[in-house]
Design a protein around this ligand. Structure first.
Ligand SMILES: O=P(O)(O)OC[C@H](O)CO
Length: 413
């Protein structure tokens, strides 16, 4: 048996999905064995993979979050592009079968798919319906409505958290910008070239951060960390409004002892044309370079196995990640799945709400993992009252641009 090492960052219900997929694949044939290994958070998994590659013992498949894409794309030689892997292995593969909002993110401008879009998500607003009912509130649609409902929640049984979010920069900078059709960075947020400059120290983002800073003072808003470590605060009932990935679904379903839904991200009604469309999150699978033809054959078979329509529908229903193929989305619709659980369609409706613009196709910034840390550090300073929102965003942009120029020098040939 040829072993295929698969490093990933999934926990809880989503880890169960990974284990089941590997077991089912292993049971379906006897030539290959996929071995999944949890390597920590997305940033940790990516760092572990890069270190292993440098030491000459990279895994076969690495799950890399969407913001690691530019770094992986620039690492030619370290990776085996998926479109090439499939052709070399003689596996049937048509990129047109996949949803373009997703594949665009992981393909070259020529449409060559570089990584396999395994688990894509978008940001949604998770709502504890029982708690909203207690304060007589409707599901808020706009940010001013969120602030109002959060104040009520805070004053009526939620003193430590009116609302919160995971992935602080994803929600409050990256998605916020796309959803309001304003740039995070020039050159279509980096999709049109690595010579991009950050531009998010602008009125919308500044107004939003100022509001969070103000509401943090009495915990009407309460910060919950850089990655998804704070999500338990929603399922425990502490925070009744919580913005994070649609892929929080599996854990919500398993743990929440209350009625819930996932509503679209709120928007500022004074921004003309808002809401625009959201961008994807989640991760894709990168196949590492330097493996044998037999190993590549097994990996290609595994990617075909993952693309199967019923399997895609299963992943979607179990995790809240998007169905990545058109056929799987159609099948979920035809089964009437969204009639019972309309909130699982929310991220798809957000992604396709309007035709994407330069500001809302996605983003591709080098050193993005490090950029996110810098931006989060600055936002944390603002929330702690050590800087104004404007100072924090100006510093995020300035420090970030320096890092982008470093990336351009070292990683782009
Ligand atoms: O929780 P996920 O997997 O949907 O990922 C959320 C963010 O996109 C991570 O960058």
């Amino acid at each position: 048996v040829t072993e295929i090492q698969w490093w990933h960052a999934m926990t809880g219900a989503n880890n169960d999905v990974i284990v089941k997929l590997a077991n089912d694949f292993n049971a379906s044939q006897s030539d290959y064995k996929v071995i999944p290994t949890y390597k920590g958070s997305y940033p940790d998994t990516m760092n572990a993979g890069i270190a292993a590659f440098r030491a000459g013992n990279a895994p076969h498949i690495m799950q890399v979050f969407e913001v690691g894409t530019a770094t992986m794309m620039a690492a030619t030689g370290a990776v085996k592009p998926v479109y090439k892997l499939m052709t070399d292995a003689g596996e049937k593969f048509d990129p047109k079968n996949y949803l373009s909002a997703i594949t665009g993110y992981y393909s070259t401008s020529k449409g060559e798919m570089l990584s396999f879009p395994f688990n894509s998500s978008s940001t949604v607003m998770w709502v504890n319906l029982d708690e909203l009912k207690k304060v007589n509130a409707e599901i808020p649609k706009t940010w001013p409505e969120v602030f109002e409902v959060a104040k009520k929640l805070h004053d009526n049984g939620h003193p430590t958290c009116g609302f919160s979010n995971s992935w602080v920069t994803w929600v409050n900078l990256e998605q916020l910008s796309a959803w309001h059709n304003v740039p995070l960075a020039s050159k279509a947020n980096g999709l049109d070239g690595f010579d991009t400059k950050l531009e998010f120290n602008a009125p919308l983002q500044e107004k939003h951060l100022e509001k969070l800073v103000e509401l943090q003072k009495d915990k009407t808003y309460d910060y919950a960390g850089r990655t998804n470590q704070g999500e338990g605060r929603f399922t425990s009932g502490e925070c009744a409004i919580y913005l994070t990935s649609s892929a929080f679904f599996g854990n919500v379903k398993a743990q929440a002892k209350f009625n819930f839904t996932a509503a679209p991200m709120p928007y500022y009604p004074d921004v003309k044309g808002a809401p625009q469309n959201s961008i994807i999150g989640g991760a894709s699978l990168w196949v590492m370079g330097g493996k044998s033809a037999d190993e590549y054959k097994g990996i290609a078979k595994f990617l075909t196995f993952l693309s199967d329509t019923d399997r895609q529908v299963y992943i979607h229903k179990a995790s809240g990640y998007l169905p990545i193929t058109k056929a799987a989305y159609e099948k979920a619709k035809a089964e009437g799945f969204y009639k019972d659980q309309p909130y699982l369609e929310t991220p798809l409706l957000e992604l396709t709400n309007k035709e994407p613009t330069e500001n809302s196709r996605g983003l591709r910034l080098g050193n993005m993992v490090q950029l996110r840390d810098v931006w989060a550090e600055e936002i944390e300073q603002a929330l702690a009252g050590k800087k104004t929102a404007k100072q924090a965003l100006d510093a995020s942009v300035e420090r970030g641009n320096t890092m982008l120029r470093q990336f351009e020098k070292t990683a782009v040939k």
